[in-house]
Write a protein of this length. Sequence first.
Lengths: 233, 223
Amino acid sequence: MNSVHLQLENVRKEFSRRIIFDKINFELTNGNSIAITGINGSGKSTLVKIIAGILSPTRGIVTLTVNGKEMKLEQYHNYIGFVAPYIQMYDEFSAYENLKFFARIRGMHFDAGYADQLLDRIVLYSRRNDAVRTYSSGMKQRLKYAFALLHKPEILIFDEPRANLDRHGIATVYSIMEENKPESVIILATNDEEDLSHVETIINLDELKEQQKSEKQMRSSARSKQPSTEVAK
Amino acid sequence: MLYIQQTAAVFIKDFKSELRTRYAINALVMFVITTLSIILFSIGGERVSPDVLAGMLWVVIFFSAMSGLSRSFVSEEERGTTMTLQLLAQPAIIYFGKLVFNLVLIFSINTLVVTLYLLLIPLFTVQTTSIFLLTLFLGSFGLACASTIIAAIIAKANSKGTLYPVLSFPILLPLLMTVMNATKLSLDGAPLSEAAGEFRVLVSYSVVLIAVSWVLFDYVWKD
């Protein structure tokens, strides 16, 4: 597996001048796992989309280094496996066809054996030739894990990893996470307590905002208390 | 080589998807049949000049393109698969894959339009086949180039249906003027050399549009 280093420096995102988050700083390397938490609308999904290169930050820099070489933004997708409720598969194709197309569009050789292995793992093997439109929402969510793991990425980003999954599906997701943890970077966007127990670091976007707000207030009050040089003279 | 394989994969995905969903084909075929029927009714027994017939042919082609070619990007947006594609390949690969799909679609539909036009409108007699075929080829190519990038732009908008022809018209105007002139020349029996200027314009138009689209697509494709 490649050695990866992901760094976020002073990342800020605004939507129509409304600041979603500001000054997000962290760095991750192989073996690190992190969860981004916060209330609805705090920007968890926005932040993971920025990390994946789907959205661009208003300010700040996201840097992905692979084996010491800095990657261009358009190369990020090669190293990232992304699962989220808003990612959709092609309904008119079967699970198998979806994976085949995804591998080919990625420019990879389609390893049928590995695809079968993934489909078996997410308990879709017996339905692999059925059109995705006939799947339940939980089955569609499981297929997204096969989509995310097909190219054996170094960074796994799971936004709401348990969405629509049953107990067995959740257990599979956790086993995927635990298996990949020693060598990969795992990023979760979640508020679920059980999900949080599977990561080593937690970033709470609300707490971060509060902290930044109080620091700003302290700085401005310190400035107002400071006597001006004119008066001192 | 890898880029070509990836582009081909995007095209094959779209092609198979179209065969199963018939997102664009149905709209295009229905549009062609309806418009040609209206033209036939309106002409009746009138003797229409070649200028008008050449113009009407391209009106049918332009509006058929407007009704079908936007589907390549709009369908991805409507199904929520845009983000999936963003996570699979570089923007340029998606753009060229979609362009090839639109080229195949427009060439197929234009073959149908021209065949029906020649069969149903006896006054439409092509004198210089070489000019006509080259015009059809270059015109369709330019139309696909322009439609692809405009489709990518409007896919993100709320009023896609209205915006597409409105935005396309000024961009396609130089192309439409040129192809109408060249088609008229083919109906008048002009020699091939006489249409050289038109062909130069059509080639330049496509080259400029592909170059501009390649540069712009990164910005259009991501937020």
